[in-house]
Design a protein around this ligand. Structure first.
Ligand SMILES: [Zn+2]
Ligand SMILES: [Zn+2]
Length: 156
């Protein structure tokens, strides 16, 4: 017989409030608890995932639906932030290159994602490629100067 679990009803873990004990037990004999999320969904959670302490093992703090939405939001925020930094960097780098590169390049979108947004094929971040070219890039394709010299090599 598994020992009677500590009563957790009414305890709050993140967005979850423990509402009742489940009949399910984990393989190690821990209780599962039914918890209600702030969105109204219920989720069955094993007691060892219910904690308000920060620890290595992942705590469960919302229903599956909310957890999924939070994960997607987190990824988007991170990507947005990185993209924002890339564009800021490109603005600075390009400003420093004014007069040193063809003016047309400075009118190109700033990053791959920026070019996609505008429906353009080329962008210019003002950075050198691995071969040391300072050149616009093609979305999905890399440095235009490299592409050009590759073509010339093929012809020779
Ligand atoms: Zn929820
Ligand atoms: Zn190149």
């Amino acid at each position: 017989m598994p020992s009677k679990p500590r009563n957790r009803i009414g305890e709050i873990y993140g967005s979850l409030t423990v509402v009742r004990l489940s009949n399910r037990r984990t393989t190690s004999g821990n209780a599962f608890w039914w918890c209600r999320c702030i969105c109204g969904n219920e989720r069955e959670v094993p007691s060892d995932s219910l904690s308000n302490k920060i620890r290595k093992k992942k705590n469960i703090t919302e229903c599956k639906q909310c957890a999924k939405e939070l994960a997607i939001e987190g990824v988007c925020k991170k990507n947005d932030l990185q993209e924002e930094l890339r564009r800021k960097e490109a603005v600075k780098t390009r400003l420093a290159l004014t007069g040193k590169v063809p003016e047309d390049w400075l009118k190109l979108p700033m990053t791959d994602a920026h070019a996609r947004e505008l429906g353009e094929k080329h962008f210019f971040r003002g950075i050198q490629c691995l071969n040391g070219h300072l050149s616009p890039y093609r979305i999905n394709g890399g440095c235009l100067a490299c592409a050009k010299s590759n073509n010339q090599n093929l012809k020779h």
